[in-house]
Design a protein around this ligand. Sequence first.
Ligand code: ITT
Length: 188
Amino acid sequence: MVRVIKFITGNEQKVKEAKGIFEKFGIELEHIDLGYPEIQGDLEDVAKYGAKYAASKLKGPVIVEDAGLFIKALNWFPGTYSSYVQETLTNKGILKLMNDVEDRYAEFRSVVGYCTPKSEPEIFLGTVSGHIAYKEHGNHGFAYDPLFIPKGYDKTFGELETSKKNEFSHRYRSLEKFALWLNEMQRD
Ligand code: ITT
């Protein structure tokens, strides 16, 4: 059975990745750029609130996803400010902040929020560990991808094909958790 899920986001890159990831779970995505208020709080708070808001607006089940890059040496900055920081400081600014920093540990986190008009939101967290490169590499993916070298690789996400990133990214991990949960919930 093919299921269709409404994905509320303004980010086309996320849609592209999520479509590729969902293929193997028999879930089809319908992209809706509804816009939702991003409250102050952690990724989980934002995903819960956004999913509840969109489910009630659209009167049906939806998912939203809130993600970010968390750099240990910068006190986990940009974190929940990732979107704003990407637009203002850009990758060059992050590299400047990391100029003489030896501990380059970082992780991407993604939280998927699922909600229906009749239920409370469910959330699914995915993370991927790695470190920050000394300069940008590659032009695949988007935003911070050219800076992030996932653990066990010597290439950034920017240098990996999207299909490869989709095999183990934070987004893959949160969406996989959601898809497995949904399949379980809807089993007869
Ligand atoms: P929506 O809220 O409309 O879904 P957004 O782009 O604002 O879209 P977020 O609030 O989740 O999404 O912001 C996350 C930001 O973190 C995003 O804009 C990128 O700058 C960065 N980011 C998230 N996932 C990423 C990834 O896989 N690769 C590179 N950067 C990523």
